[in-house]
Each structure stands twice: as structure tokens, then as C-alpha cells.
Design a protein around this ligand. Sequence first.
Ligand SMILES: Cc1cc2nc3c(=O)[nH]c(=O)nc-3n(C[C@H](O)[C@H](O)[C@H](O)COP(=O)(O)O)c2cc1C
Length: 220
Amino acid sequence: MSLTLELMNWVLDMVLQIIRELLGKVTMSSEPVNVNEFKALAERALPKMYFEFYAGGAEDEHTLKANEEAYQRITIRPRVLVDVSRIDMSTRMLGYSISSPIMVAPSGLHKLANPEGELATARAAAASNTIMILSFGSSYSVEEVAASCNAVRFFQLYVYKQRHVAANLVERAERSGYKAIVLTVDCPRMGRREADIKNRFSSYCISSVLSGWGYSILFH
Ligand SMILES: Cc1cc2nc3c(=O)[nH]c(=O)nc-3n(C[C@H](O)[C@H](O)[C@H](O)COP(=O)(O)O)c2cc1C
């Protein structure tokens, strides 16, 4: 039983470290202890439009709810009376060693939550000895994130009709030392995200709110 608890605590610590980097200096009345408490803090700290971009899903959010419910169905089988003096969850991903089978999934626009955006996320990934998958919709360019830390980085790509856009990004990622391309194939068009529609959230709106940084991978 203690092995299971040790592992769960270790995983929780890692996830919390990444979220802390993302949220930056949010004033906390008490230290949050789980992901849901970070989410509640984010809701207080962020403009409604930004929070709903991060927390919301498409249409009636059936898939979003199903994702969360899927995690409830996963249990960890305890192995009792085994040696827990050395716990090793490390594994390999495409030949790269990582501390556990947990990586940073691609997600866009981290700078809405914190000025350091993906630079901070990449540093957190490096500190956790895991892989950062930089989103096509990153608020920092592939080069800026590459320069910010030495985490192993993959680059996520949507393949646009204008193939030269994709080709150019792949070349830039390769030049900047990204080790793999993570191809998103389930997004033939953007989801119909009702909260974003109501909030009039769009890249035009975002770049006018945060003028100077741009949706840099797309427009640099
Ligand atoms: C705010 C947000 C932004 C995302 N942006 C991207 C993206 O730019 N590219 C991508 O391939 N997936 C993106 N995703 C999808 C995630 O990588 C992931 O596949 C999805 O959230 C499902 O995993 P989960 O159930 O652990 O959240 C995004 C998800 C969220 C919540």
C-alpha cells in the first residue's frame, strides 16, 4: 500500500510543480493541494475569457466530462510487502529518458496565464525531467522556447492546406533542436467552443489584448 501512496504523491508533486510554474504568483490564502484547487485559484486570478478558454470544451462539453470521468475509472493496483526503498518510474519515449510516463501535452497560449508562458512551462518540464511538447499555437516562438531551457522538446503540428507553412515550421523546429513532431490528426476544423463564442475570444482579440507578443508561431 505504501508503494502506491508514494507513487501517487510523487506524481501529484510533479503535476503541482508544473501548474505552479504556469500560474506564477497567484496570491493564495492557503496552499492548494490538488489540481481542482489550482483550477479554483485560476478562476479567481484570470479574466473570465482566459479561464474559460483553458477550462472549457466544445459544444455541450460531453467529451470534456467523459475525459474527467475516464480518470476516475483508473485505479492503481497496490503491490504489498515489496521493497520500496528505491522507487523508479522512469521510462523512455522515442529513446529519451524521462522520470515517469508523464509529459507536458501540447496546449496553446500559456501567456494568457502568465507573462512567461511556455518559457516557464518548458523550465518546469526540464525541472521534472520530462518532455515538453510545444503547441503549434504557442505564445512564444519555437526559437524562444528552445533558448529558454534544455528540456527535451517535441513540436506539435497541425498540417495546414498551405503545406509550406507546415514545412517551414518543421524546419524551424528541427533547427532549434526539437526532437520529434507530434502530429495532431483529430482537428480538421476548430471545435465549436460555446464559451469562446460568447466571450468573443479569437486570435484577433487575443493579439489586441496582448499586443506585442502575437500568436507568434503563426505570425512570426
Ligand atoms: C487549453 C487547451 C489548449 C490545447 N491546445 C492544444 C493545441 O494547441 N494542440 C493540440 O494538439 N492539443 C491541444 N490541446 C489538447 C491537449 O493536448 C490534450 O490532448 C487534451 O487536453 C486531452 O487531454 P486531457 O484529457 O489530459 O486534458 C489543448 C487542450 C487544452 C485544455
